[in-house]
Design a protein around this ligand. Structure first.
Ligand SMILES: Nc1nc2c(c(=O)[nH]1)N[C@H]1C(S)=C(S)[C@@H](COP(=O)(O)O)O[C@H]1N2
Ligand SMILES: [Mo]
Length: 321
């Protein structure tokens, strides 16, 4: 029998985050921000550092948009902040310390390709033009681990309005910085740097598509992809490109970073589907970061109601890898 479940963001608040825990942790962090250097290693230090040196720190915490809720507990900040994929700083999960070499000011973001007028703006001018909000989102890596995080940022819809693409543009290509002096992982020449991802304009304009500038109520710590990264919660995590410097509009679909490396395993669409296995492992379940729990993976990572319509009539495409 089919049971119609309410969408995740309509779940009652009591099923969402234990907010008291989250807010108390934040207050604690704010109170120690000045003395952060006393603590050794880990996400707490990085989070406090991010807040301390960041000209946008005054924008946090941003108001939470209650339309985007969770049916599971938020991942502990220390777990999310010490288990990262950011190949620019190493091809393993413990890059959070190495990623502190990332220089996030000055930071220029370029809009070019099929736009009315190409331009480059400093990240702080871009942030000034945007209204920040907090959203609780699920996150599912293609490697079958998952987390639930409170991102702060702005809808990509607002960035499209800012960039003013031509109506003939079909895709938005997003690129990470390319600087092997700063990011030693980029000395590994066999990877096709810079990290490149892409969405269709319709995907980019979807209400869920979010540009992230902060997390856990503070500016984004470097290992999460400061100062600007993508969040597309219905897609596998590799679509969420970090530390973006360029939005290029085009009518040609590019070959993205992971697609170039391993096209049989990582496709363009990368929508989450528990029924379509990765060639080397099942996608039916996911390990919840910070615990040994395994939970079933949901179609479109639980966001089918918002995004399934983007893919009607596309049965010939490899939508789920
Ligand atoms: N530039 C860049 N962006 C990236 C990656 C990367 O290696 N480099 N890894 C991707 C992958 S595979 C995942 S799972 C997420 C991890 O995000 P997190 O470290 O904030 O959890 O970032 C994605 N974005
Ligand atoms: Mo990933």
């Amino acid at each position: 029998m089919l049971i119609k479940k309410p969408p995740a963001w309509r779940m009652p608040e009591r099923e969402a985050t234990p907010e008291a825990v989250f807010y108390n942790r934040r207050r604690f962090l704010n109170s120690i921000a000045g003395g952060a250097a006393l603590l050794a290693g880990g996400a707490l230090v990085s989070g406090a550092r991010a807040a301390a040196g960041d000209p946008s720190a005054g924008r946090y915490p941003a108001p939470r948009n209650l339309r985007f809720r969770l049916d599971r507990e938020l991942t502990d900040e220390a777990d999310a902040g010490t288990y990262n994929n950011f190949y620019e700083f190493g091809s393993h999960k413990r890059i959070s310390e190495a990623a502190q070499a990332l220089q996030i000011r000055p930071w220029t973001v370029t809009f070019d390709g099929m736009v009315e007028q190409p331009r480059s703006v400093g990240i702080d001018s871009l942030l000034q033009a945007m209204q920040l909000e907090e959203r609780l989102y699920r996150f599912r890596c293609v490697e079958a681990w998952s987390m639930a995080v409170p991102w702060t940022g702005f809808p990509m819809r607002a960035l499209l309005d800012f960039a003013r693409p031509l109506s003939s543009a079909k895709y938005v290509v997003m690129q990470t910085f390319n600087d092997a002096k700063m990011a030693s992982g980029q000395k590994q020449f066999w990877y096709p740097w810079p990290y490149t991802e892409c969405l269709t304009i319709a995907e980019a304009a979807n209400e869920l598509t979010f540009l992230v500038t902060g997390v856990y109520g503070k500016p984004l710590p470097k290992q999460f992809g400061a100062p600007l990264r993508l969040a597309t919660p219905w897609k596998y995590g590799f679509k969420s490109v970090k530390s973006i410097v360029r939005f290029q509009f085009t009518d040609q679909r590019p070959v993205t970073f992971w697609e170039k490396i391993q096209p049989q395993e990582y496709g363009f669409w990368a929508n989450v589907n528990p029924k379509v296995a990765h060639p080397r492992w099942s996608q039916a379940e996911e390990r919840v970061l910070g615990s040994d729990n395994k939970v079933p993976t949901l179609m479109y990572n639980g966001y089918a109601e918002q995004v399934a319509g983007l893919y009607t009539g596309m049965a010939g495409e490899k939508l789920f890898m």
